[in-house]
Design a binder for this molecule. Structure first.
Ligand SMILES: *Cc1c(COP(=O)(O)O)cnc(C)c1O
Length: 367
């Protein structure tokens, strides 16, 4: 049996007819740049997040970058984030000329440890970016409290967490702004790149609308130094169709996660834990095991595709040598990087595939 990590083909089988119709409609109208579907999707996605404003962007990285720009973060500023995130979180901070300041994570949730943020705050700190890693929300309450008392901005990196809940409320409207990615393999994915900023601030939303569109509000009136960071109309049309399925797909992921959890009960394997405050939407299903590399090799031989998210923490990435961190600075992130393994996870995973994966893992996991 072959079990891929994600299977976009099955998703296409399920909704391809509807997305093709939506694409055709855009082709017929020809409004390719900031067309009708962009506005429509922005309205639908804001509603989905229970937030007042949503602004489409070119990708998740640019949604983060625009959130920082609109929050006034720039050269000389420091932004605090997790050491074990996808590189885009750090790149967005660097892109606006600020400096990423890293914090280690909680060993159970893999998310930023709020208790370790405070000692990292300096005069230069402007913002905190908690990452809702793998689809499980970061512990937002202590982070928001700390930020409020220190006058810091909070920008959620929700690129892996479309529809995840923190204390019963969907992520995206806890901080000053939240960034989402619609990279094809995300829980809500386009047929290419796309992103979104969700915010409760009309000022932030308006600034981002101007910045993403060459810094212009009216044609050729460039009031800010912006860029070309718009969401494509074609992608927005596809995303409108897919958004209708998101809750159902997230539930299917949760069901698959529950099956894995039952089948993988084994001392040698640590399965993901849903925090008491969280509704996890399992963008990734990440287990921990001692002999990860050997297990991964054997799984591949049995036709099971796995991933490592992420093999090198930000502070040990060559691109960030200049930050001056060294091995041992973030021991939990480093330990996790050596032990984590992402198993096949998508809404169309079948019970017999889950059983097959679990069976093989139990035979290769070191006792
Ligand atoms: C995917 C992702 C991003 C970036 O999204 P793109 O659309 O690929 O630019 C940022 N942060 C995290 C945590 C992500 O998973």
């Amino acid at each position: 049996m072959r079990v891929p990590l994600v299977d976009l083909n099955r998703e296409y089988q399920a909704i391809g007819r509807d997305t093709a119709r939506a694409i055709k409609e855009v082709l017929r109208r020809g409004d390719f740049i900031l067309g009708e579907a962009v506005q429509h999707f922005e309205e639908e996605f804001a509603k989905y997040c229970d937030a007042p404003f949503a602004v489409g962007t070119s990708c998740g990285l640019d949604a983060l970058r625009l959130s920082l720009l609109a929050s006034g973060v720039g050269p000389g500023d420091e932004v605090i984030t997790a050491a074990n995130t996808f590189i885009a979180t750090a790149f967005a901070i660097s892109a606006v000329g600020a400096r990423p300041v890293l914090v280690d994570v909680d060993e159970v949730t893999f998310n930023i440890n709020p208790a370790q943020i405070e000692p990292k705050i300096t005069q230069a700190t402007k913002a905190i970016i908690p990452v809702h890693l793998y689809g499980q929300p970061a512990d937002m309450e202590p982070i928001l409290e700390m930020a409020r008392s220190r006058g810091l901005k909070v920008i959620e990196d929700a690129c892996q967490a479309h529809g995840a809940k923190y204390k019963g409320k969907r992520v995206g409207f806890f901080g000053d702004a939240a960034a989402f990615s619609f990279y094809p393999a995300k829980n809500l994915g386009a047929y290419g790149d796309g992103g979104m900023v969700v915010t409760g601030s009309s000022e932030v939303a308006e600034k981002i609308r101007i910045l993403r569109h060459y810094g212009q509000k009216a044609k050729y009136e460039h009031t800010m130094k912006g860029g070309n960071w718009r969401l494509d109309t074609l992608q927005a049309a596809v995303l409108c169709v897919k958004l209708k399925n998101l809750d159902e797909w997230n539930e299917a992921r949760r069901k698959a996660a529950a099956s894995y959890g039952q089948l993988l009960q084994d001392k040698a394997i640590i399965t993901p834990l849903e925090a008491p405050y969280a509704k996890h939407i399992y963008h990734l299903y990440v287990i921990r095991l001692k002999n990860r590399d050997e297990a991964r090799k054997q799984l591949a031989e049995k036709g099971i595709e796995t991933g490592i998210h992420y093999p090198i923490p930000i502070h040990l990435t060559p691109a960030y040598k200049d930050l001056g961190y060294k091995p041992g600075d973030f021991p939990i992130s480093e330990r996790l990087a050596d032990a984590i393994l992402s198993l096949p996870m998508h809404p169309f995973l079948e019970r017999k595939e889950i059983e097959y994966v679990a069976e093989i893992i139990k035979t290769v996991g070191e006792k």
